[in-house]
Ligand binder design. Structure first.
Ligand code: SPV
Ligand code: MG
Length: 545
């Protein structure tokens, strides 16, 4: 690659020669270059994957791909749209089959400007009249007037924004039954008008016209050929005669027609996919060709990380007050409406997006089989309390946590509201249960629950309530920690362990210590939950839906 090629910056920061510069270099190089037909973004990718140095955006193939004839039935802007997909899909230079330029010099001017804007490296214009007909149809198709066609070439060259953009002038003189002299006369005039290369077209089954032209042309400027009809000629013949570039003009669209027909015929006949599965590209190959890996990387870079909340269910204690019901299983496993309490609870967590659940087991731990959740064991459950159980789970946990007793049930909206809290540590307090017969932990907060729709003043934990009269409510055993909050709790548990007070502490004691150093927010509720301590609670739980 010559050093003086114009260089471009890509989004990845790689600075390489521009596409127009690469096409120009392929044309100018003394080596024979090969470019391959494509008609869509996908086929352009396949051309690049195969190792070609450039793409021929064939008029015949792009029309066929649209289900149209090669007679300018597709408007030039429809073709431009296809080209844009192709240019986006490949990094290769694209030489576009521009047919006649879609009209006169004025149409060519706009075409060249728009092709440049779409990242197209060059255009091939043929010396026929709009609307064109494919070269292999009919005989003696009329040619354009030489001077008029030269005007199209000059107008194109004057309109290109990038000096490296190439215009290849194609003469149909031989195909239209004119003499070699006429072909040479036209090629010379087009070269003089500023064409960067000449495409000499032939529909003979041998390469005699091409080699004859090359001998007389004497390398006055690069020559491009399209050996569709003289396909039996070896490429060495082209190389030795000084051809610059070979266009394999329509073989991907033809290959796909053959493959599609065969596949469709097999499926319609067998009424099954069995016969074709091994003969067609896998869906994975489609993903690979269209760059799904890149999209996954980009998603990681640009999308917010999905919220990941872990639930810690403290379920180590027996629940002796339930009597016989907990002889063989911990109370989190007692049946509530056909399901263990723990499974009901895990279901509520999951519905709120708390999908990773860790259950801390202790008493009769074998009765808690992992079922969609992880387990951690507090084997010293008989001598330790809830804080020690939580501390068993913490070493492996990072990020946002919901900590919940294994013997409570609550309505989903309670957890949904809790998860909206902006505070690092938030506990759920039932303001209505101050007067309950057997409250667990009565707490005092900075303000009582106002019960008012308009009130959004936050409440924070102050301490344990000495009696019902001063209590703000009952802590229900449900707490939410942000990632920061988790670290605060971890540090507090470690401090308690080193002071020798962790083992005997319950979660209320842990909360009291936390309030010394941090704000513990209170999320008030009014009912819609229950805990299962006594046979009476269990009976109530069985009615809770
Ligand atoms: C095309 O590919 O559309 C061409 C080349 O113009 S040919 O069909 O060989 O004329
Ligand atoms: Mg064509």
């Amino acid at each position: 690659m010559p050093n003086d090629l114009k260089r471009i910056a890509t989004p990845e920061g790689f600075a390489g020669p521009s596409r127009a510069a690469r096409l120009r270099s392929l044309l100018a190089s003394p080596h024979l270059a090969f470019i391959m037909e494509a008609h869509s973004g996908l086929s352009a990718k396949i051309v690049e994957e195969a190792g070609f140095e450039g793409v021929w955006a064939s008029g015949l193939s792009m029309s066929a791909m649209l289900g149209l004839r090669d007679n300018n039935e597709a408007s030039w802007t429809e073709v431009l749209d296809v080209l844009e997909f192709m240019a986006d899909a490949t990094t290769l230079p694209i030489l576009v089959d521009g047919d006649t330029g879609y009209g006169n010099f004025n149409n060519v001017r706009r075409l060249v400007r728009k092709l440049g804007e779409r990242g197209i490296a060059g255009v091939c214009l043929e010396d026929k009249l709009f609307p064109k007909m494919n070269s292999f149809l009919g005989e003696r198709q009329p040619l354009a007037d030489i001077a008029e066609f030269c005007g199209r070439i000059r107008a194109g060259k004057d309109s290109q924004a990038d000096p490296d953009f190439s215009i290849v002038a194609r003469t149909e003189a031989l195909i239209s039954g004119h003499s070699m002299d006429e072909a040479l006369r036209r090629a010379e005039a087009y070269h003089a008008a500023g064409a960067d290369a000449i495409l000499i077209h032939s529909k003979r089954a041998d390469a005699a016209e091409i080699t004859g032209f090359m001998a007389l042309w004497d390398n006055r400027c690069p020559v491009v050929i399209v050996p569709t009809m003289y396909y039996t000629t070896r490429s060495d013949v082209f190389r030795q005669s000084g051809v610059s570039m070979v266009i394999w003009a329509n073989h991907l669209v033809r290959a796909s027609i053959a493959a599609m027909r065969e596949t469709a015929a097999r499926i319609v006949k067998s009424e099954s996919l069995m016969d074709v599965e091994d003969r067609v590209a896998s869906v994975r190959e489609i993903f690979a060709l269209t760059g799904n890996d890149e999209l996954e990387d980009a998603s990681r870079r640009y999308l917010p990380a999905p919220r990941r909340i872990t639930g810690v269910v403290l379920a180590a204690s027996r629940g002796a007050a339930l009597g016989d019901a907990t002889m063989t299983m911990p109370k989190c496993m007692v049946d509530v409406r056909g399901k263990p309490l723990l499974h009901q609870l895990a279901g509520t967590l999951e519905k709120c997006g708390v999908t990773d659940v860790v259950v801390v087991r202790g008493y009769r731990k074998d009765a808690i089989a992992p079922a969609g959740f992880a387990v951690v064991d507090n084997d010293a459950y008989a001598e330790t309390g809830e804080a020690a159980s939580l501390a068993c789970a913490l070493p492996k946990l990072r990020g946002e946590l919901v900590v919940v007793y294994g013997d409570i049930l609550f309505r989903r909206y309670i957890l949904e509201g809790l998860l909206d809290s902006a505070e690092d540590i938030t506990i759920v307090v039932d303001a209505a249960r101050r007067m309950h017969g057997n409250p667990r932990d009565l707490l005092r907060a900075t303000i009582p629950d106002s019960g008012s729709y308009h009130s959004d003043e936050p409440a924070f934990l102050v301490g344990v309530a000495a009696d019902r009269a001063v209590a703000s409510g009952e802590w229900i055993g449900l707490m939410r920690l942000t990632a920061n909050g988790t670290e605060m709790v971890r540090a507090e548990c470690e401090a308690m362990r080193s002071e020798g007070v962790l083992d005997q502490a319950d979660l209320a004691a842990l909360l009291m210590r936390l309030t010394q150093r941090h704000k513990v927010a209170v999320h008030y509720i009014n009912g819609h939950w229950l805990d299962v301590d006594t046979p009476g609670d269990l009976a109530e739980a069985r009615n809770f839906s």
